[in-house]
Design a protein around this ligand. Structure first.
Ligand SMILES: O=C(CO)[C@H](O)[C@H](O)COP(=O)(O)O
Length: 231
């Protein structure tokens, strides 16, 4: 199985957890996209669900596939969110936000009774941090916020470079919420819970991509098949 087939296999297994009448959170990214497409197939075959997308990109996909959508204002509690991840560490701690949707992804996951992560085997790691940690910030006060993020990280571990995410044409990448993203190159994160608390305390940080104690299950697909990890 190549990587794309692994993503598809994880998404296919996740669809088995979807029941009629469920309120779903739909994740963002290339793996979640498979799940959205598969849910769309089942909706067209008669499955009755409603869903909240975690990004405008996923909203567009879901609309294209005919999935009935709602909002967290109309439906503040969801049954299950299925989403991808950039890294899955011990205890189902995650790094998310490679696609820039971390704020909505965390809000939707936190509003869900259960979060199921779907991924190919390359995402499973022993220690988080090789993937740069996305930190979503308010554009206002960028310089001061970056300095405060540096200090917050330095209180716990060696802070690496804190580059601002940019588009190909050099402009700051802007999230669906109108914010910017710093991709913190940390190398390794020894204490994800402590780092999550420290970053959440920085004014100007809208959200960070560490998901600690949020996911209950990961469906990880490798070349030889799919395995399920539960917390
Ligand atoms: O957090 C995310 C988007 O903000 C994605 O879930 C994460 O980047 C994984 O994406 P992919 O499935 O394309 O590897």
């Amino acid at each position: 199985m190549n990587v794309e087939a692994q993503k598809r296999a994880a998404a296919t297994r996740a669809v088995e957890f979807v029941r009629p009448g469920m309120r779903l959170g739909l994740g963002t990214g290339s793996t979640a996209k498979h799940f959205v497409e598969l849910v769309g197939e089942r909706v067209r075959a008669g499955l009755d669900i409603i869903a909240v997308p975690t990004s405008e990109a996923t909203r567009a996909d879901a609309e294209r596939y005919g999935i009935p959508l709602t909002t967290l204002d109309e439906t503040p509690e969801l049954d299950v969110t299925v989403d991808g991840a950039d890294e899955i560490g011990p205890g189902l701690t995650l790094i998310k936000g490679g696609g820039g949707a971390l704020l909505r992804e965390k809000i939707v996951a936190a509003a869900s009774g259960r979060m199921i992560v779907i991924a190919d085997e390359s995402k499973a790691v022993e220690t988080l941090g090789r993937f740069p940690l996305p930190i979503e910030i308010a554009p206002f006060g960028y310089g001061a916020t970056e300095k405060a993020i540096h200090s917050a990280i330095a209180g716990l571990q060696s802070p690496g470079p804190l580059p601002l995410r940019r588009t190909k044409d050099g402009h700051a990448f802007v999230t669906d919420g109108g914010h910017w993203i710093i991709d913190a190159a940390l190398g390794r994160i020894d204490d994800p819970a402590a780092l999550a608390r420290a970053l959440a305390a920085v004014p100007g940080v809208m959200e960070h991509g560490l998901f600690v104690g949020i996911a209950q299950m990961a469906i990880v697909a490798g070349p030889d098949g799919v395995r399920i990890v539960e917390r």
